[in-house]
Write a protein that binds this ligand. Structure first.
Ligand code: ARG
Length: 466
């Protein structure tokens, strides 16, 4: 049986939506999160309406008082969200209507389309600054571990095979570079969010004499000089979801970075490496095997990074092929964005917590890096310094490596008499190439893992992070 249409848009309807349709189409279960931004937007909008004379100052004040009271209720968890009212916008408007007659004028020259676009832009600014703060905290945590173990050397790996020695700090500072690029991306997303779509209406603006610049200014959508930034095409403004994709993309890339760090930690914490001991507080045990200590925090970061990529993909597919302008499909854009925000923030905090509590097994690191084969390239450089072309030097050192393997000796313990037969440029001082401290000190160029460079980088990061 047809129910009486009582919804906001019910004028042209003779029956209310089916309960199933209500359950299917509601978004308030997730977009209630936008309430503070929705209220901020409505206050600015009603201030503008009063400014241009579309409502009185008294009506504006009544609307503001009502919205403030509603926000207090929401924040106290006392507000009753009704699924029947579909979304955050209509829930708040209805609650306001119960408080003051002026509420009926709030939606003048506004549509939920430009309203939600505005809410989301305000949300993105806040979300970006939240992620920025978390990135910064994670960077600081990594930096302090790097500083606390500034003298520890480990093998660096390519193809997960021991390659060349590096300072542990140099390895950790690589993560800071990744997170720094992430922070720069997030700042860019926040800047892209900084345009006010309010006034675009449902699709084609309004015939009423609104002042878009006033609203933009009130909401802080301004450039560095304080000039209002308003979107320039009403159709684009209500259907543009680039920001959602940009934000999810920035989060997905943070996830990629965090999962790579997580993978390093998982390897380093294994019995096979044992470079580090992860804190108990971020590990779990086995219900069966009493000896187990599992790096779950790092594994979950690795796992959640898949989810972040999934969210990005959801948004890309959602927007693809949609005709202009607003389509209800777009309501599905909220959950992946909120999820990316929450999970990215959590992952960053967990990474910071795990790394901060990590212990470094200096003895194990020293044993691993003592492998003289790690400095085979330095022997080739020794030959280059003696005038040997690099390809020839590489070949000669390869032969020395083979000799060592065959005689089951560490490369630097091969007798000189045998080694010198490989190449005439190999002199008795050849073995100094395997002096780890000297080898590290030779790496003096910018970005290299020499001790002076690493020190300089630590100082740079200290300055950068303040
Ligand atoms: N909850 C809706 C969304 O997020 C608000 C916009 C509704 N607009 C509409 N034309 N039905 O997409």
């Amino acid at each position: 049986m047809a129910k009486k249409a009582q919804v906001t848009w019910g004028g042209r309807f003779s029956s209310a939506p089916a309960d199933l349709m209500l359950r299917f189409s509601e978004s308030v279960s997730f977009d209630s999160r936008l309430a503070p931004f929705d209220i901020q937007g409505s206050k600015a909008h009603s201030a503008m309406l009063a400014h241009v004379g579309l409502i009185t100052k008294k009506e504006r004040d009544a609307i503001h008082t009502g919205l403030d009271a509603i926000l207090v209720e929401i924040e106290a968890g006392k507000f009753v969200w009704e699924t029947r009212l579909e979304d955050v916008h209509m829930n708040i408007e209805q609650a306001l209507t119960k408080r003051c007659p002026a509420a009926a004028k709030l939606h003048t020259a506004r549509s939920r389309n430009d309203q939600v676009a505005t809410d989301m832009r305000l949300y993105f600014k806040a979300a970006c600054s939240d992620i920025f703060v978390q990135l910064d905290a994670a960077q600081r945590a990594i930096l302090s571990v790097a500083e606390a173990h500034a003298d520890v050397l480990i093998p660096g790996y390519t193809h997960l095979q021991r390659a060349q020695p590096v300072y542990l700090a140099h390895h950790l500072l690589a993560y800071l570079e990744m997170l720094q690029r992430d922070a720069e991306r997030i700042v860019l997303v926040a800047d892209h969010a900084n345009w006010c779509p309010l006034g675009s209406g449902a699709i084609a603006g309004t015939t009423l004499p609104i002042d878009r610049e006033f609203t933009a200014k009130t909401l802080g959508f301004v450039d560095a000089k304080g000039k209002p930034r308003v979107t320039q095409n009403s159709m684009d403004a209500v259907s543009d979801r680039d920001l959602f994709i940009e934000f999810a993309s920035a989060c997905a890339l943070i996830g990629v970075h965090l999962s790579r760090m997580a993978e390093d930690m998982i390897l380093w914490a294994s019995q096979e490496f044992k470079f580090v001991e992860l804190p108990d507080a971020f590990c779990t045990g086995s219900s069966l095997m009493p000896q187990k200590k599992n790096p779950d925090s790092m594994e979950l970061i690795r796992g959640k990074s898949a989810r972040l990529q999934g969210n990005l993909h959801t948004l890309l597919v959602l927007a693809k092929g949609l005709p202009l302008t607003y389509n209800r499909d777009l309501q599905e854009d909220n959950p992946p964005v909120f999820d990316s925000h929450d999970q990215t923030a959590l992952c960053l905090a967990v990474l910071a917590g795990t790394i901060s509590g990590m212990e470094v097994h200096r003895v194990r690191c020293a044993a691993a890096v003592a492998d003289p084969a790690l400095l085979a390239t330095d022997l080739a450089d020794y030959l280059v310094r003696a005038g040997v072309p690099f390809r020839e030097a590489h070949h000669a050192v390869g032969a020395v490596v083979k000799l060592a393997e065959e005689s089951l000796l560490p490369i630097n313990q091969l007798p000189y008499d045998e080694v010198k037969r490989v190449h005439p440029a190999i002199k008795p001082d050849w073995v100094e190439s395997f002096d780890l401290a000297k080898a590290m000190a030779r790496r003096t160029g910018t970005g290299m893992p020499g001790p002076a460079q690493v020190k300089r980088q630590l100082a740079r990061w200290n300055k950068l992070l303040g």
